[in-house]
Design a binder for this molecule. Structure first.
Ligand SMILES: [Zn+2]
Length: 222
């Protein structure tokens, strides 16, 4: 990587419902916030972009167990959309549009964020990746923002490691970006899925690296 490489930091779903005391709280998730703020400062120093994603569901979203009378929370259900069948996890209601739970953490300074990308608005299909829904029926604005800003490298952090962060990383590779996940800046829903997820991401070309206070300088130097 060269000194001219343009960096974008993608903050995945750092929203109240995924943080501690949220409706779909990820264990120990608040512990990433200080390190995420350091990444923001580091990326800004290198004139990089900061993009935050928001899970942004209507109340009738198919992923909510409350909308599937035959299912309990955390069970799975086969759903079909756009001719494609998939297994959908039944989540607690979370990140409903314009509620406190869907707001970004107050620990993140909104004025540092250059773009917000929303996902999961179509009530019939879930969207783990910030690039597209789970069926690729619709692509979000994220790839366009990255291409139009000539981004070479994406650094990914946020929640949760085994779902939205994982699929955002995999799509970042598919969309052609050098992709870095910072291990200490993400947390999983299921602790037992954390290491297998990281292994799968590495096998598919994602660099899983450790956080440091000088992280971004190092990636730009080599
Ligand atoms: Zn969701």
């Amino acid at each position: 990587m060269g000194a001219q490489d343009k960096i974008a930091l993608i903050l995945v779903d750092i929203q109240n419902d995924f943080l501690e005391r949220g409706s779909l709280a990820v264990a120990d998730s608040n512990s990433i916030l200080q390190r995420v703020n350091s990444l923001i400062r580091q990326v800004k120093t290198k004139n990089g972009l900061v993009i935050a994603t928001k899970d942004w569901h209507p109340q009738n979203h198919v992923s909510f167990a409350s909308n599937n009378a035959d299912k309990q929370v955390f069970e799975t259900k086969e759903i079909e959309y756009d001719g494609i069948k998939g297994l959908q996890v039944m989540w607690p209601d979370h990140c409903v549009q314009n509620t406190y739970g869907s707001e970004l953490s107050k620990e993140i300074n909104e004025k540092d964020i250059d773009f917000i990308v929303k996902k999961g608005m179509n009530y019939r299909v879930d969207s783990y990746s910030a690039f597209a829904d789970n069926n690729y029926s619709e692509i979000t604005s994220l790839a366009k923002i990255l291409y139009q800003n000539h981004v070479d490298i994406v650094i990914i952090a946020g929640l949760a490691a085994d779902f939205c962060v994982k699929f955002t990383c995999l799509d970042a590779i598919k969309f052609g970006f050098k992709t870095i996940l910072i291990k200490e800046c993400t947390k999983p829903v299921y602790e037992e899925l954390f290491e297998p997820t990281l292994s799968e991401l590495k096998a598919k070309g994602v660099s899983v690296l450790h956080f440091s206070e000088t992280f971004v300088e190092h990636i730009s130097d080599d």
